[in-house]
Write a protein that binds this ligand. Structure first.
Ligand code: RP5
Length: 161
């Protein structure tokens, strides 16, 4: 199936985080691809990916990186496909470095920045699903059902554990 969402990350070491986005897309039946595209180590790959993204039919790109996390912003500069940024949690600065690198985009090239780490990656998958659901009624129903199931799983009262 032609991928509708691109999941890209700066390194193999980002995959345990970014897999949370892939898991959500799997749950919702959304076709995606996952690629290692580093702003620093493979800049030509980044450029080629961004140049081709819209023409290949990608509707959203979920881009995760850690530390000096330039990947989401550089990708946003290269394509009009919406870029969702995932700040990967780092050892040195706990991902605050990643967050600041991704969120502080100059006017003109937005990156929809999620929370640091796995929760942010999962929300990135949900954000991509919401973007696609605007034009896909069947997906909209699946997303509504997913959200309703999450709400239903929350107990009314706490228990001693
Ligand atoms: C970034 O540097 C990557 O996104 C990763 O989060 C971080 C560390 O990469 P590795 O040294 O683990 O490959 O470019």
């Amino acid at each position: 199936m032609q991928p509708k969402v691109g999941i890209i990350m700066g390194s193999q070491s980002d995959w345990p985080t970014m897999k949370a986005a892939a898991d959500i897309l799997d749950e919702l039946g959304i076709a995606y691809e996952a690629k290692i595209v580093s702003a620093h180590r493979t800049p030509d790959r980044l450029w080629d990916y961004g140049r081709a993204a819209a023409g290949r039919g990608l509707k959203a790109i979920i881009a995760g990186a850690g530390g000096a996390a330039h990947l989401p912003g550089m990708m946003a500069s290269k394509t009009r496909v919406p870029v969702i940024g995932i700040p990967v949690q780092t050892k040195a600065l706990s991902g605050v470095d990643s967050l600041y690198s991704i969120v502080q985009m100059p006017k003109g090239f937005p990156v929809a920045t999620m929370a640091i780490g796995i929760a942010g990656a999962a929300n990135g998958g949900l954000m991509a699903a919401a973007i696609l659901a605007n034009e896909d009624p069947a997906l909209a129903e699946r997303l509504d059902a997913w959200r309703a199931a999450l709400s239903a799983s929350i107990p009314d009262e706490p228990v001693d554990e």
